[in-house]
Design a protein around this ligand. Structure first.
Ligand code: KIV
Ligand code: ZN
Length: 514
């Protein structure tokens, strides 16, 4: 019997801390449901004390998820622990994850505390968390740069106080695999009550080593990995869930543990997170990149045709590629549409929502011959965006673009329920359209990113556009999809404007004094 390796997903918490990746409550619930289908053990749903919006999102996830444990993050402060306890009240299985920094630089410069005070705060926080749940996790933040003797002291104290998981974060992505693995082995050996808690790791990817560090920790006794879909997360991101899970599964010969993840759901989850956050997946990304299983070189193709193991160490269908390629088109009925959408893990909350989505599908099918799962994902995401806060809505767009002439766009919008019209010249059709919209909405935001990806193959593919806007320190990503990329761009810009309009400034969990 192999040990269980607990998969703790923090896409909704650390992933969301990625600039521009903030998600609405509904989006978080959709991702949480997909994570539950993926059979992750723990879903860290957010940081309830950060804002009322974060609290409500954690509460909504806690109410809907039945199989995975739902976790809330809390600084080592009474009020944070109480907020987490309240947000998780209705969950089937709950965990409170509390943390305080332990590296010399963080204790001196950020906390202004002596090491003994830090231990006292940690113990108090863990004890308080046990009043809400018997599943309590403690993290010494910046453990990667903390003194090992001090880590031993604080871990022993929090385990005595009731922590059942102790998580070792490499907060700034400073560790190197062999050294990080040795640290985990030492901690497990040196902490006298280490057998009373699961040792976990949480690695950031600043040196591109998050997955390597996590796997090295597992080889040295860690039995929980904290990770995110597509490696989303602060700065260079966190360890990518799909890579750690497939690493452990593919190299069964090396690891003496296994996860309970249903790997066939990996691709769906990856696409969902990418389309909700607007962070595209690079084509050469392991496991979920478009090229991950594509063989271009003739010599490889020849080998694959003779025996697939010549060049493939994993089966594409085991991570969700091509398993669900059932194509639907303009003649498909409502039932086929509904069952395909359900197969993607999305359920309509009412007949009205189903009818609206079906009518969008028909419009798309008129323009595009075959509809793939990727098109349906984009269609649901778009319906979700529009349902949220439609302060601005696109009514009409006309673009003139011809050789030798300056492109011009005329646009009609509904802004706060009033129709307004405007036009603008631009360097190209997209530029003119976005300028015409900006003239009407006047966000004065800075355009930080504009990118287009085709969702499927072929020139009739839908283009998925991401627009990132920054205003007063707030960063939002807008998404839009259409077979016409000028319209997709206008939709993406408007989606970002709506998000700016509704977005509440969030506090960063690691910015507080404790
Ligand atoms: O990176 C980090 O240290 C964290 C902690 C809150 C676990 O995200
Ligand atoms: Zn982190």
């Amino acid at each position: 019997m192999k040990d269980k390796l607990i998969i703790f997903d923090t896409t909704l918490r650390d992933g969301e801390q990625s600039p521009g990746a903030s998600m609405t409550r509904e989006e978080k619930v959709r991702i949480a449901k997909a994570l539950e289908r993926l059979k992750v053990d723990v879903i860290e749903a957010g940081f309830p004390a950060a804002s009322p919006g974060d609290f409500e999102a954690v509460q909504a996830v806690a109410r809907i998820i039945k199989d995975s444990t739902v976790c809330g993050l809390a600084r080592a402060l009474d009020q944070d622990i109480d907020r987490a306890g309240a947000a998780l009240k209705d969950a089937n299985r709950t965990r409170i994850h509390t943390f305080i920094a332990t590296s010399p630089i963080h204790m001196q410069m950020k906390l202004h505390m002596q090491p003994d005070e830090v231990i006292a705060h940690a113990v108090r926080a863990v004890k308080r968390a046990t009043q809400y749940t018997d599943d309590v996790e403690f993290s010494p933040e910046d453990a990667g740069r903390s003194d090992e003797d001090f880590l031993c002291r604080i871990l022993e104290a929090v385990i005595n106080a009731g922590a059942t998981t102790v998580n070792i974060p490499d907060t700034v992505g400073y560790s190197i695999p062999q050294q990080f693995g040795a640290t985990i082995a030492n901690l497990i050996k040196r902490v006298p009550n280490s057998d009373k808690a699961v040792f976990s790791v949480h690695c950031h990817n600043d040196l591109g080593l998050a997955v390597a560090n996590s796997l090295s920790a597992v080889m040295n006794g860690a039995r929980q990995i904290e990770c995110t879909i597509n490696g989303l997360g602060e700065r260079a991101g966190n360890a990518s869930l799909e890579e750690v899970v497939m690493g452990v599964r593919t190299r069964k010969d090396v690891f003496s543990c296994q996860t309970g993840v249903d790997t066939r759901e990996i691709l769906n989850c990856s696409k969902l997170v990418s389309s909700i956050t607007g962070f595209p997946v690079q084509p050469n990304k392991a496991i979920v990149g478009a090229n991950a299983f594509a063989h271009e070189a003739g010599i490889h193709q020849d080998g694959i045709l003779k025996s697939r193991e010549t060049y493939e160490i994993m089966r594409a269908e085991d991570v969700g590629w091509s398993a669900n390629r059932m194509v639907i088109g303009k003649h498909s009925g409502r039932n086929a549409f509904k069952s395909r959408i359900n197969g993607l893990g999305f359920e309509f909350s009412s007949e009205k929502d189903l009818n609206e989505a079906f009518s969008r599908f028909k419009q798309l099918a008129d323009k595009k011959h075959e509809i793939f799962d990727e098109d349906l994902q984009a269609l649901i995401s778009e319906a979700g965006f529009e349902a949220e806060d439609e302060y601005v809505k696109l009514i009409y767009l006309k673009v003139n673009s011809e050789t030798g002439e300056i492109p011009n766009a005329a646009v009609t919008l509904r802004v706060d329920n009033k129709e307004v019209m405007g036009s603008s010249d631009g360097g190209g059709a997209v530029d003119a359209s976005l300028k015409a919209i900006e003239k009407l909405v006047m966000t004065k935001a800075t355009l930080e990113l504009y990118s287009v990806n085709n969702i499927t193959n072929g020139t009739d593919s839908q283009g998925e556009v991401t627009v990132r806007l920054e205003k007063d320190g707030r960063i939002v990503n807008g998404l839009g999809a259409d077979t016409d990329i000028v319209i997709a761009s206008a939709k993406a810009y408007i989606n970002a404007v709506n998000k700016l309009h509704s977005c509440v400034q969030r506090r960063h969990p690691q910015q507080g004094n404790v």
